[in-house]
Design a protein around this ligand. Structure first.
Ligand SMILES: [Mn+2]
Length: 321
């Protein structure tokens, strides 16, 4: 069995609606669903397990930073996530992150670069959204739309839309420096899968840096396995690959329990095959599953689908090590 570290990040703070922090335990409950899975979580023993809990009670309190909502509380989550992910990369063969709202993914990237400052990082972002807004361009100020922007050295000022305060700007720069440096990721080393709901400012920065986009239709026509191999070739020059799977990449017929569903997504079997094939690649060291909100769900369906995918990923990783 491979040594897999599990990092759970129970946070609602970057999202539009509260409840994603419960997604972590919803997946755990889904593991009780069938006899063979009761003991699945036992493999993550003490030093192979971290749980980061955000101060979610403050979800509805007033924010001083309307263009980077709750950023003052998200900074410590980034710091904890960064440390936990760095430890995971050092201690374990593989790290799995299960997070609430997607904002913490920037902390995960910080942790990877903190562990391996000189390695070139490739990112596979399986998501309906581009998540590359920043306080200057975001309409909502919700930080789950910004994690990739926290990792790149480009504030996309050409598309500036908001006049942000100097306090917001200072907080934003502080967030970007977690993990030691602010140029952690080159957008050219990002591959989006199932991206379909994104705005002008995001389109612009994606085009400027030439990030690769693989649409749902490409996955359907080529098959998930071929797409995974295409991604592997595209990121050949990278040393380490991080895969972030936001369940809103799935079609709303599957992704019932998530905060921002959008039509035209992947089917569960496509996502599963894609993630299994990616998990088998040597350079993939970390996979994240995120944005499951069981309060929007019926019968915990989204978490059951996510657990099925998680189990399948772990099986592949066990064969690798
Ligand atoms: Mn996302």
């Amino acid at each position: 069995m491979a040594k897999i570290k599990l990092v759970e990040i129970c946070s609602d703070l970057g999202g539009r609606t509260a409840g994603a922090s419960l997604g972590i335990d919803a997946i755990r409950i889904a593991s009780y669903g069938s006899r063979g899975d009761y003991s699945f979580y036992e493999r993550f023993e003490e030093e192979m397990y971290d749980r980061i809990v955000a101060p979610n009670n403050s979800f509805h309190s007033e924010t001083q930073y309307p263009f980077a909502r709750r950023i003052e509380k998200i900074i410590p989550i980034y710091e904890e996530t960064c440390k936990s992910v760095t430890d995971g990369l050092y201690q374990a063969d593989f790290t799995i992150v299960i997070s609430g709202d997607h904002s913490s993914a920037g902390g995960t990237i910080a942790g990877i670069k903190n562990a391996y400052p000189n390695k070139r990082l490739g990112v596979v972002w399986i998501d309906a959204h581009a998540d590359v807004h920043n306080p200057y361009t975001s309409d909502s100020g919700n930080m789950h739309g910004m994690p990739l922007a926290t990792a790149i050295n480009d504030n996309n000022l050409e598309c500036r839309f908001n006049e942000i305060s100097s306090e917001t700007s200072a907080m934003w720069e502080k967030l970007k420096h977690i993990g030691g440096r602010k140029d952690k990721l080159d957008m050219a080393d990002v591959v989006y899968v199932a991206l379909r709901d994104y705005e002008h400012a995001e389109r612009s920065i994606i085009a400027k840096h030439n990030s690769k986009i693989i649409r749902t239709i490409d996955v359907r026509q080529l098959g998930a396995k071929d797409v995974a191999l295409q991604i592997s070739r595209h990121l050949e020059h990278c040393d380490i690959i991080y895969v972030s799977f936001d369940v809103d990449s799935l079609d709303p017929s599957v992704s019932i329990g998530t905060g921002t569903p959008f039509e035209g997504g992947l089917y569960a079997y496509e996502a599963k095959e894609l993630l299994r094939t990616l998990a088998a690649l040597d350079k993939v060291k970390l996979i994240e599953i995120t944005e499951i909100n069981p309060t929007l769900d019926i019968e915990n369906k989204m978490a059951k689908t996510a657990f099925d995918i998680l189990k399948s990923i772990c099986r592949v990783i066990d064969l690798r090590f």
